[in-house]
Design a protein. Structure first.
Length: 478
């Protein structure tokens, strides 16, 4: 009896010790899907891209022999540190979106019960849903918008319309709670959104040709220029909402855009009218919006002679420049790699017909090679077995964003490496905060020469219990 009692006590002691030593805690790691989203500063004339950010988070139960990916039984929510429903509705630029969005997306209500909603139904503070394809909790289409904070260090984006500078790098705070409402884990991630460079050229272009240097004047002259192509369509003379004025025009009605979820042009909405004096008829194009937009600017003699003869390689002319300079990831920090070294410049992209299927994996670079048909002076990552047995899920925006590897092929590449164009360690301090917090919390973590806690997650104890405190490159194919 004494022997059995001693054995029982020993087993109980062992169980208590094991439970204490590996007590389950939770961690959440979140990232914006893209390194920068774009939105327009005004929406009365035409729409390139709407406010539409997507945040993804992976929740890990830490403890025991192996970490567990949490797919249910918790609530994952987010909120923005810099903006609220009230601040968005008070922003005159965003108010333009609120007024015009229902005209460009019939049936859509951008404000419901006083709450701002994105095109996919998510608000500026909301819950996330679990997505089995990405193995992540997601919030799709958040209506994030660059904002003026009054902090000169954060308000770095120049307003092309002459207003105060804005902060393009917003902060989403992520909270994980159990069914009892107890907080299990928190993190913060950068949610980037900025104005593109269109107005920087188009406002002075309008003035040069006798139109006001305003969004309305720019739209009027843009219509004149558009009418010189084979379609003969002056988009400024299209009245989709029947109010007797041109606009607002959604470019993807005619030129399909995968970023809008389209594989073919949907056509003009019912009831679209033409202003008096219009002599053209409405039609749909077979060319993608990315194709016609890039092709025109790369080949226009007006653009090449009056604005930038090297526009094919100067991506910030259109993509978020305005002092934002959205390309800021590890590739920029470690090397002299430029956008065209991986994607090709516009002339090369046109020659290889990449923009016939824009944003697809088939036309995007991978970790192992540049875009199809592009030769780079820089060596890509090795495509050996050590790094190839991953789940790619090639979809919109390429393989890196959609790929998973490492632990049962469940970790998104972004979870460890950060968002594309802002990969860790980023040249932007904000991008590095999350990884620095996760790896910095590991007491006694050791980093080899040239590495520190801001690098891609490589300290095993961030997710595993008592496995290793030394930073290394983990196997991607487990």
């Amino acid at each position: 009896m004494k022997k059995r009692m001693s054995l029982l006590l020993a087993l109980v002691a062992t169980a208590i010790f094991s439970t204490t030593a590996t007590a389950a805690t939770y961690k959440v790691i979140a990232n914006n899907d893209l390194g920068m989203h774009c939105a327009c500063p005004t929406f009365e004339g035409f729409l390139l891209l709407p406010p539409f950010n997507t945040v993804r988070a992976q929740v890990i139960q830490y403890g025991g022999d192996k970490p567990i990916m949490v797919t249910s039984g918790v609530t994952v929510s987010y909120s923005f540190a810099e903006e609220t429903d009230a601040s968005l509705q008070a922003d005159p630029y965003f108010a333009s979106w609120i007024a015009n969005a229902p005209k460009m997306f019939p049936g859509f209500q951008p404000v419901v019960g006083g709450k701002v909603k994105g095109l996919a139904g998510k608000g500026i503070a909301d819950t996330m849903s679990y997505d089995n394809t990405s193995k992540a909790w997601t919030a799709v289409g958040i209506p994030a918008y660059p904002i003026t904070t009054g902090n000169a260090a954060k308000d770095i984006m120049t307003d092309p319309l002459g207003g105060p500078k804005r902060d393009p790098y917003l902060t989403a705070n992520i909270v994980v709670k159990n069914t009892a409402g107890q907080t299990l884990a928190t993190t913060s991630t950068v949610v980037p959104v900025a104005f593109g460079g269109c107005c920087t050229c188009h406002l002075p272009l309008a003035k040069q040709n006798g139109y006001p240097a305003t969004p309305a004047g720019s739209f009027a002259y843009l219509g004149v220029m558009h009418a010189t192509n084979s379609s003969k369509i002056n988009i400024a003379m299209i009245d989709p909402d029947g109010d007797g004025k041109g606009g607002p025009v959604r470019c993807s009605w005619c030129h399909w855009d995968p970023a809008m979820g389209e594989s073919a042009a949907p056509g003009w909405p019912a009831g679209t009218k033409l202003l008096p004096g219009a002599t053209f008829t409405l039609k749909k194009s077979v060319y993608s919006f990315s194709d016609v937009l890039h092709r025109f600017h790369a080949q226009s003699q007006k653009v090449l002679t009056q604005f930038d003869p090297n526009i094919a390689n100067n991506c910030y002319d259109c993509h978020p420049g305005n002092n934002v300079n959205c390309y800021r990831g590890a590739h920029k920090g470690k090397t002299a790699i430029w956008c065209s070294d991986c994607h090709g410049n516009l002339t090369q992209r046109i020659a290889t017909n990449q923009m016939a299927q824009p944003w697809q994996a088939s036309s995007m670079p991978t970790c192992y090679s540049p875009s199809t048909g592009i030769k780079s002076a820089f060596a890509c990552h090795s495509s050996d077995t050590y790094r190839t047995n991953v789940t790619w899920n090639p979809g919109l925006f390429g393989k890196f964003i959609n790929a998973r590897g490492h632990y049962t092929s469940a970790l998104l590449c972004q979870t460890c490496h950060g968002m594309p164009h802002g990969e860790n360690p980023s040249t932007s301090v904000l991008d590095n905060v999350q990884n620095a917090n996760l790896q910095g919390a590991i007491t006694g973590a050791v980093y080899p020469n040239g590495k520190d806690k801001t690098y891609a997650l490589g300290v095993c104890d961030v997710c595993h219990y008592n496995k290793s405190k030394t930073w290394s490159v983990p196997p991607h194919e487990l």
